[in-house]
Design a binder for this molecule. Structure first.
Ligand SMILES: [Mn+2]
Length: 337
């Protein structure tokens, strides 16, 4: 059951139900999504650490290697292999995002904790709250309800997820509650300045070279309302950039003055491209990506399109233009009404 819009009462009840499932389990396996980001890994490890503190067995698994920059999540953690009696998916919007290694768990998920409005995971129980800026914001509530004493490690995990999903508290998903949760984590010892410096103020040489190549592909369309960049496999090979080190690139085309949609077209395989779309307040990125079977949030979404690079570019540009035209017509109607 999805909880799409929740009033306070049903929300609390629903959260308590999720907590009940965690309390009743003795051995919990937590699944993070592939291409792991700070939120999926942060929320998974925060929950894992909280459950361990309650004397339960818990561990985190991910199809891909967890990026080195998040090594502090696993500080002092020792996993014990045990047969889980509850499998939890954390920040996983669809079972496709589990990746090859974890796809065997797709129909065994007992609890799904997420904030993606497009969540399609068929779990025993789902708590999905799109008003949460990050899954970590929900994880914090779970940990409060589990009555676990939040230590520095848990605080660092939760702080990281919130900071990464809000672009360090800059995106429109940042609410007073988001800031209060982050503030509480700092109070509990989160190394906010160190984490911010590491995640938002540091780039590797490879990343910088990769960005330089990406910027050379920049195109502006529709009176400068749409910006598009292309990332190819060749660029990765040339610069030696790590996949995990390319996070945040899709925000580059979106930050140009006057741009309402920033598109990043990334080559995956021959004839397969991953699109990342970032939009301002006038366009809904998730709706546009849904045309191609994708989804995400209103301001940040993704999809996969097949074809030659030119065909793929044309398809996504056309979909964005259709949406821009629709918005313009709406504006005109409101103007004349
Ligand atoms: Mn997230």
């Amino acid at each position: 059951m999805l909880q799409k819009s929740l009033n306070d009462e049903t929300r609390t009840e629903s959260l308590k139900k999720a907590v009940g499932l965690l309390e009743n389990a003795q051995s919990i396996l937590i699944l993070a999504h592939k291409s792991p980001d700070g939120d999926t890994v942060g929320s998974s490890f925060a929950l894992c650490r909280a459950l361990l503190k309650l004397g339960k067995k818990a561990r985190v698994v991910c199809s891909d290697t967890i990026p080195a920059k998040f090594s502090y999540f696993t500080n002092g953690l020792d996993f014990e292999n045990s047969e889980p009696d509850l499998i939890v998916a954390s920040d996983v919007a669809s079972v496709n995002l589990l990746g090859d290694k974890l796809s065997c768990y797709a129909d065994k998920i007992g609890l799904c904790i997420d904030h993606h409005p497009s969540n399609s995971v068929n779990a025993g129980y789902s708590f999905v709250d799109p008003s949460a800026a990050a899954t970590c914001e929900i994880t914090a509530e779970l940990v409060y309800l589990l009555k676990v004493d939040i230590d520095k490690n848990i605080a660092n995990c939760i702080y990281t997820g919130i900071a990464t999903d809000t672009g360090c508290f800059r995106y429109s998903n940042t609410t007073p509650k988001t800031l209060r949760t982050a503030a509480d984590m700092i109070e509990k010892g989160a190394d906010s300045a160190v984490i911010n410096k590491k995640l938002f103020e540091t780039v590797s040489h490879e990343r910088l070279e990769f960005e330089k190549l990406a910027l050379q592909t920049l195109e502006l369309h529709f009176d400068g309302k749409v910006a598009l960049i292309v990332l190819t496999k060749e660029m990765s090979q040339k610069t030696g950039v790590d996949e995990a080190d390319t996070e945040g690139i899709p925000s580059i085309p979106a930050r140009i003055e006057g741009v309402e949609a920033g598109i990043t077209v990334k080559e995956k395989d021959d004839g397969v491209y991953k699109i990342s779309l970032r939009t301002g307040s006038t366009l809904n990125a998730s709706d546009i990506c849904a045309n191609f079977g994708g989804g995400g949030h209103a301001a940040a979404a993704g999809c996969t399109i097949e074809g030659t690079l030119d065909e793929v570019k044309q398809k996504i540009l056309q979909a964005v233009k259709d949406e821009l035209d629709k918005q313009r017509m709406k504006g005109k109607e409101e103007w004349t009404a």
